[in-house]
Design a protein around this ligand. Structure first.
Ligand SMILES: NC(=O)c1ccc[n+]([C@@H]2O[C@H](COP(=O)([O-])OP(=O)(O)OC[C@H]3O[C@@H](n4cnc5c(N)ncnc54)[C@H](OP(=O)(O)O)[C@@H]3O)[C@@H](O)[C@H]2O)c1
Length: 215
């Protein structure tokens, strides 16, 4: 499969591309700055497309079989960018996927997105943006998987996770970015994750077992 990675210069995305380089699939990296091209090629991307979610990015979908949405406006920008990237950029990416007759879409969402009102006040606009994008994805006929990690860390990966539809009982809300990337690489062609949503934390179950046993 040719997998379009949107937000390919991001931290999870770069781990994901390195993992995909070791499989039979191809990673097509969508980045927004020309100077990022060489880094993405070095990470193992088969092709790099320069495109921006705030402009016309439809050309990035040519020849694509699956889409992974790993972009995000980041904590350093304001609510305006949360709306334009995490919400509107994601919705446009979903619509382009449908328009191009691509049927697989994997979304990096966030834990607690189901109930933004229950989240910390400073995070509510972000959780609302992620929830509306997820709801839009669920309303399509795409074979989607919505992955909702907890607090992302750059700790060393353990290869083990806590992966459940809803995680209500936990001590530590963290998950390493590299383990999230490994889960994305594992779910990309797993039919049992199609049209499903799950939360993700560090845990005790090996990733392939956690994904294969998800029901
Ligand atoms: N932080 C957390 O604890 C947490 C928890 C749960 C979920 N998440 C979600 O996890 C996802 C990935 O996290 P991460 O740490 O890997 O993110 P990251 O390193 O901040 O990467 C996000 C990427 O999105 C790209 N991007 C931003 N605006 C764009 C635009 N207009 N067009 C194209 N690309 C654009 C950025 O490009 P540049 O490199 O050019 O800036 C960046 O490479 C995000 O969606 C985030 O919301 C985060």
């Amino acid at each position: 499969m040719n997998i379009l990675v949107i937000g390919a210069n991001g931290q999870i995305a770069q781990h994901f591309i390195k993992k995909i380089a070791q499989t039979q699939h191809n990673a097509i990296a969508m980045i927004r700055k020309e100077e990022q091209v060489e880094l993405l090629k070095a990470s193992g991307a088969n092709k790099v497309v320069v495109a921006d979610l705030e402009k016309d990015f439809s050309h990035a979908f040519d020849g694509i079989d699956a889409v992974v949405f790993a972009a995000g406006s980041g904590g350093h920008t304001g609510a305006d960018k949360t709306v334009m990237i995490d919400l509107w950029g994601a919705i446009k990416a979903i619509d382009e996927t449908v328009k191009h007759n691509i049927n697989r879409f994997v979304m990096i969402s966030a834990m607690s997105t189901d109930d933004p009102d229950a989240g910390p006040e400073s995070m509510r606009h972000y959780l609302v943006a992620k929830k509306l994008a997820d709801d839009h994805l669920k309303s399509t006929n795409l074979k989607y998987t919505i992955v909702r990690p907890g607090l992302l860390t750059n700790d060393a990966p353990t290869g083990k996770v806590n992966l459940q539809g809803k995680i209500s009982d936990y001590e530590d809300r963290a998950i390493t970015r590299e383990d999230v990337a490994a889960v994305l690489a594992e779910v990309i062609d797993k039919e049992n994750t199609f049209k499903r949503t799950f939360e993700l934390l560090n845990g005790d179950v090996p990733i392939s077992e956690a994904v294969n046993n998800f029901s």
